[in-house]
Design a binder for this molecule. Structure first.
Ligand code: ATP
Ligand code: MG
Length: 419
């Protein structure tokens, strides 16, 4: 029969890989705890309307990349293409605004779906870690969110990354900017891709983020958002930079970053690696002061980022990070004969209950083959049980590292291994 394969652009996480994920997840959780962030889990599916309004209907994500379908009740449903919109919806719906501000909320390993051309670092299902801090306008909050990402990379042993920051201003700055941008682009209207022609009137800044080669060429000399900031936005951005300086974080001022989602206002940033190929953005985010109100909540400011787990692992691997090994097997029971096998089985269950990793033979191997298997598993100790051991009520525990043997009574095994 023909074998069924995983859908294009998706990846299994095999046991050899999942231990890397566990290590990263634990590091993330511990770090979030230190920053006072708490986990908020949201569904994989949301109403399509959420992303139309949240992410924006002129973005690449909404126009080209969403997995959208009608469910059996005729509702338009979309698989999460990013993390923030769902977090904000859940923040409002669960009335988290009633809790003390700021609220620092994180998500971990969130499956994220985008219909993109699969290639290195670009999948149709990927996973994101992210944080959203709601309620504060302070530049310290932008800097804190950025520093959480940088600290995470440091803890995970990733070095060759650079932080790029920019400000794209508030709606007030955007009005002036859009006018200047449209004036610049109007000479190129005929040469732009069809999608961008449609964006020209509705949302010209989106054209800056277009991936079409010709559009990229055109926007090279376009006006930059950073030159159109109002006084408040300029002051805020200066504040963010001062906080990063105070914390000793290095950054590159990068006026080309506008981000591909409509909800951003003010600070935007990306953490980029130049060692994992063309898809070098590992983490990206910024401030979004209008989204909560846009999605039906109060006027509340927020700032956050999303980080791609697969790209993070790729960067860690090129950095030669050594991941912790699987937990070791403490003891293997080799048994010879029916009664001894039964006893080995019972002893193993007892030890496991006490939190000691233990194993026995499931495969009806010969006595000799059981020891070979124990070796393969890397057991720290082996115990051999035959009729004789049952009779005297004690076994020899062999330490595999030095070959030494210790006589231990059967009813004392649990105590022995717990020590
Ligand atoms: P890119 O410019 O590479 O398309 P993006 O700006 O679309 O990235 P974001 O929406 O900012 O990406 O998503 C946050 C992070 O999620 C990215 O920095 C990246 O690490 C990861 N990511 C985004 N799209 C994919 C994908 N298709 N496959 C794997 N990881 C992805
Ligand atoms: Mg993208």
């Amino acid at each position: 029969m023909q074998q069924i394969q995983a859908p294009k652009g998706t990846k299994d996480v095999t046991p050899a890989e999942s231990r890397k994920w566990h290590y990263i997840e634990k590091t993330m959780r511990d770090l979030c705890a230190v920053y006072g962030a708490r986990e908020l889990r949201t569904p994989i599916i949301e109403h399509t309307e959420l992303f139309l309004r949240g992410v924006g209907d002129t973005t690449d994500i909404v126009q080209k990349e969403m997995y959208t379908f009608l469910d059996k009740g005729g509702r338009s449903i979309t698989l999460k293409p990013e993390g923030t919109a769902g977090m904000v919806r859940a923040f409002i719906e669960n009335r988290l605004f009633n809790e003390p501000m700021p609220q620092k909320l994180y998500y971990l390993n969130s499956p994220t779906f985008r219909y993109e051309k699969p290639q290195a670092g670009r999948y149709r299902e990927h996973h994101q870690f992210g944080i959203e801090t709601v309620g504060s306008y302070a530049p310290e909050t932008d800097a804190e969110v950025i520093l959480l990402a940088l600290t995470l990379f440091e803890k995970l042993g990733v070095r060759d990354l650079s932080l790029h920051i920019n400000s794209i201003g508030c709606p007030e700055c955007r009005r002036d900017y859009n006018a200047a941008l449209k004036e610049y682009l109007s000479g190129y209207l005929g040469e732009m891709c069809e999608t961008c022609r449609g964006r020209f009137e509705k949302n010209p800044m989106r054209i800056i983020d277009c991936k079409e080669p010709r559009c990229r060429e055109i926007v090279k000399n376009a006006p930059r958002t950073i030159d159109y900031l109002c006084d408040d936005c300029r002051k805020h951005f200066e504040g963010v930079k001062a906080c990063l300086d105070a914390a000793g974080a290095e950054y590159v001022l990068d006026p080309d970053i506008v981000r591909g989602l409509d909800y951003y206002t003010g600070t935007v940033f990306e953490v980029i690696s130049n060692r994992i190929g063309a898809q070098g953005a590992v983490c990206a985010g910024g401030r979004y002061n209008g989204l909560i109100e846009e999605l039906g909540g109060q006027q509340l400011p927020a700032v956050g980022f999303g980080l791609g787990m697969e790209r993070l692992i790729a960067v860690m691997e090129t950095n030669g990070v050594v991941f912790p090994d699987d937990p070791e097997l403490v003891v293997y029971f080799a048994a010879n004969g029916e009664e001894p096998r039964r006893k080995a089985f019972a002893l193993v269950q007892q030890l496991r209950k006490a939190g000691v990793s233990a194993e026995f033979d499931h495969m009806d191997r010969s006595f000799k083959a059981q020891f070979k298997y124990a070796n393969k598993l890397g057991a720290k100790y082996t115990v051999a049980i035959g009729d004789e051991e049952l009779e005297v009520g004690s076994v020899k525990v062999k330490c595999m590292a030095d070959g030494s043997e210790t006589e231990v009574r059967l009813d004392r095994l649990q105590e022995y291994f717990r020590e």
